[in-house]
Design a protein around this ligand. Structure first.
Ligand code: TPP
Length: 327
């Protein structure tokens, strides 16, 4: 395993607080969805990323509008950070006319071209060759934008993953592959699908660097991403960053996750990214009780407002079902 690239970064206290806000908002949004789905308000599968928030915040923070992201089913927070407002996102989950796909879609497959968000398909791994294709466009157009492509460790066993990495390596594409290694692909633990410990070493076979990092440490993720972004923008090609993490809930909200032990869950909860980041900020006097209350108040207000908005938003009209079709 190559050493982690120690990219220097400096974040002002306000920026660190902003990151903290995002971590809390994304956690809060998923937690609320988990409740709403039980109330029958959500018209979509809900695949929470509770426990994995540091990856989204560390990779999305500071991205340019022109950079593209290719988020997956568990990456709702990436939509929010790339610029989709909470009302629209909640409407999407409620399949309302005010959602991204105007109620025509299960919540997980919408993209937003203007914000640089690729709408993923259901087929695991299939987003990765498309992400490489996007990065190829940037190379051909000679612009220094970057693509961030997310995938789970499960998806890294699919052929598309390997084709995408090979093409990205051969073409030295401006792309950062982010593996959210949360230890399970649905009910299947990592060791039953891979004969290696680190997905990161797969990058070596395609001629570029891969690093495995603590995916529950928002600043470690940010640091690794900043290094990868600098290399990609500078024409030095792709990087694979494997973020080790754990999803606290089941694969989706209908999965009780009986395939794992309470002890294992408790162990990973003790590595919750939020208290770790909170302690870091408190120790540096960036966060105090007053600022914490302010962040928590804004998070709650944003989510409450989004739920109210989506609840009262109109359903899609049957006569609009075929609008926006291109072929
Ligand atoms: C090619 C393919 N096989 C199976 C599925 C069904 N499926 C959807 S999500 C999932 C588990 C994905 O695990 P991973 O890639 O590790 O991502 P995670 O859900 O853990 O974030 C499976 C098996 C699918 N969508 N596509």
């Amino acid at each position: 395993m190559p050493p982690i690239k120690r990219t220097k970064f400096k974040l002002a206290p306000e920026q660190l607080l902003e990151m903290f806000y995002w971590v809390k908002l994304i956690r809060g949004f998923d937690e609320r969805l988990s409740i709403l789905v039980k109330q029958g308000k959500v018209r979509s599968g809900v695949y929470t990323g509770i426990g994995q928030e540091a990856i989204i915040v560390g990779t999305c923070y500071g991205l340019r509008k022109e950079d593209w992201i290719c988020p997956l089913h568990r990456d709702l927070g990436a939509f929010l950070m790339k610029g989709v407002d909470a009302r629209t996102m909640m409407s999407q989950m409620f399949a309302k006319a005010t959602g991204l796909s105007k109620g025509r879609d299960s919540a997980l497959h919408s993209g937003v071209n203007e914000l640089g968000i690729f709408g993923n398909t259901s087929m695991l791994g299939a987003n990765l060759p498309v992400a490489a294709g996007l990065a190829y466009t940037f190379k051909v157009e000679k612009v220094d934008n970057v693509v961030i492509a997310y995938f789970g460790e499960g998806a890294s066993n699919v052929g598309d993953f390997h084709e995408a990495l090979n093409f990205a390596g051969v073409q030295q594409l401006p792309i950062v592959f982010i593996c959210e290694n949360n230890q399970y692909a649905y009910s299947v633990p990592l060791e039953k699908t891979m004969a290696i410990d680190d997905v990161a070493i797969r990058a070596e076979g395609y001629g570029f660097d891969g690093v495995a990092i603590n995916g529950n440490d928002v600043l470690a993720v940010y640091q690794a991403t900043q290094g990868a972004l600098a290399r990609a923008r500078g024409g030095d090609g792709p990087t694979l960053i494997e973020c080790k993490t754990y999803r606290w809930h089941g694969h989706s909200e209908h999965d009780k996750a009986f395939y794992r032990s309470d002890e294992e869950l408790a162990m990973w909860k003790s590595r919750d990214p939020i208290p770790t980041f909170t302690m870091y900020l408190r120790a540096r006097h960036i966060l105090d009780d007053e600022k914490l209350a302010d962040v928590e108040g804004r998070v709650k207000a944003t989510i409450d407002d989004a739920v109210d908005f989506a609840t009262n938003a109109p359903d899609p009209k049957p006569e609009d079902a075929t609008a926006d079709l291109y072929a």
